[in-house]
Design a protein around this ligand. Structure first.
Ligand code: HSE
Length: 377
């Protein structure tokens, strides 16, 4: 099978490296902004119009021009493998419809869980048993940062710089630390697992960029540590609970044992029970290896898709009540009037433990307060 790679950055060059010496899959063209070896081009037309190219691997990131390139390639009947969670989470309906119309495969295993064959497994499981929940620790960069902070006492920005140096972080690391990268992965989980497409703006998300020493000391006092967790579940009535938030996890829990950039990805089925995957959630060769899994799947089934037919748009209900730790500046503490179960003033902020409450209620109460840290207890 002849393929093309769009974007020769960290992941794209990992795919190129892993395919060296393979006779069954050959890289015929590479699109990038700079051409420095044979077969490279800056013109997508060279790939779209080359009938010998059956499949295109996109590792560029971003929505534009990735969306336009994806549609051109798929509309030309080429199968598409993408590691681009932003693109797939925003354009799943359009790309899936185009792929079905043109009999092309659309796979994106590397877009969630890095090297872990998680989405592929969930897509296969879905046809056997309805998926009831999905999620886990889905961002390598934040897990790396949190692990360094709690196990080595390293400073937040030092840990972030190291994650960037190791190639875990996104081009704009704020999408990692603010939880947006995890959010997009959660949208993919819901699309693949439940066949429901959620919008970013409908999901409650809070990241770790505001984590400070008071929060770290609070977690330690509770004999726990912090992990950024994505969670989605669907009940019998089809109502979805979905959020991305830091969670206080106890020492000795499975989540606490997830170190460095490792991801913990889970799904459950009504009858099959829960499955947990653990592995490299980011990085060049692990992520590239997941792309190679997708390419192998296409060789076996040239019209395979991770998205179910009849993908529909949905909004999370988020009716479930949870307890939270919330840190806010002293002058904003009134926002939690009536919601606090206990509170403690510390310096110029107040730390609350809330009563059980829904996420939309908490987010409404905290609207407009930027300097805050929220975690699930
Ligand atoms: N920035 C992402 C992470 C890369 O750290 O998990 C893999 O999706």
């Amino acid at each position: 099978m002849n393929i093309a790679i769009l974007g020769l950055g960290t992941i794209g060059s990992g795919v190129y490296e892993l395919l060296k010496g393979r006779e069954d899959i050959k890289v015929k063209r590479i699109l990038d902004i700079r051409c420095w070896m044979d077969g490279m081009t800056t013109d997508i037309g060279d790939i779209v119009n080359d009938e010998s190219i059956e499949c295109v691997v996109e590792t560029m990131g971003g929505i534009h021009p990735a969306r336009e390139y994806a549609l051109k390639c798929i509309n030309a009947g080429k199968s598409y493998v993408s590691a681009n969670k932003l693109l797939i989470s925003a354009c799943a309906e359009e790309l899936s419809a185009a792929a079905r119309e043109h009999g092309a495969a659309l796979l994106f295993g590397a877009a969630c869980g890095g090297g872990i064959p998680y989405l592929a497994s969930m897509a296969q499981a879905r046809s056997i048993d309805p998926i009831t929940s999905a999620g886990g620790i889905l961002n390598g960069t934040t897990n790396f940062i949190l692990d360094k902070i709690f196990s080595e006492g390293v400073d937040y920005s030092e840990a972030l710089q190291e994650a960037q140096r190791l190639g875990y972080a996104e081009r704009d690391p704020s999408s990692d630390v603010d939880g947006l990268d995890t959010l997009r992965k959660l949208i993919l989980c819901c699309a693949v697992g439940f066949g429901k497409l959620l919008r970013e703006e409908d999901i409650c998300v809070s990241g770790i960029s505001r984590l400070n020493d008071a929060d770290i000391q609070y977690a330690k006092k509770k004999k726990g540590l912090i992990r950024l967790v994505a969670s989605a579940s669907q009940n019998d009535a089809g109502e979805i609970e979905a959020y991305v938030l830091p969670r206080l996890v106890s020492e000795g829990s499975l989540e606490a044992g997830i170190r460095t950039n490792i991801n913990l990805a889970r799904y459950s089925g009504e009858r099959m029970g829960e499955f947990t995957f653990c592995g490299q959630g980011a990085g060049k060769l692990p992520t590239a290896s997941n792309i190679l899994r997708d390419l192998d799947a296409i060789r076996l089934n040239p019209a395979s898709s991770m998205l179910p037919e009849g993908l529909i748009s949905a909004k999370p209900a988020n009716k479930c009540e949870l307890r939270f730790y919330v840190r806010v500046p002293k002058e904003k503490a009134g926002a939690l009037n009536g919601f606090g179960q206990s509170c403690e003033a510390q310096g110029d902020c107040v730390l609350f433990e809330t009563k059980p409450m829904t996420l939309p209620t908490l987010f409404e109460a905290l609207k407009g307060i930027d300097d805050k840290f929220i975690m699930i207890l």
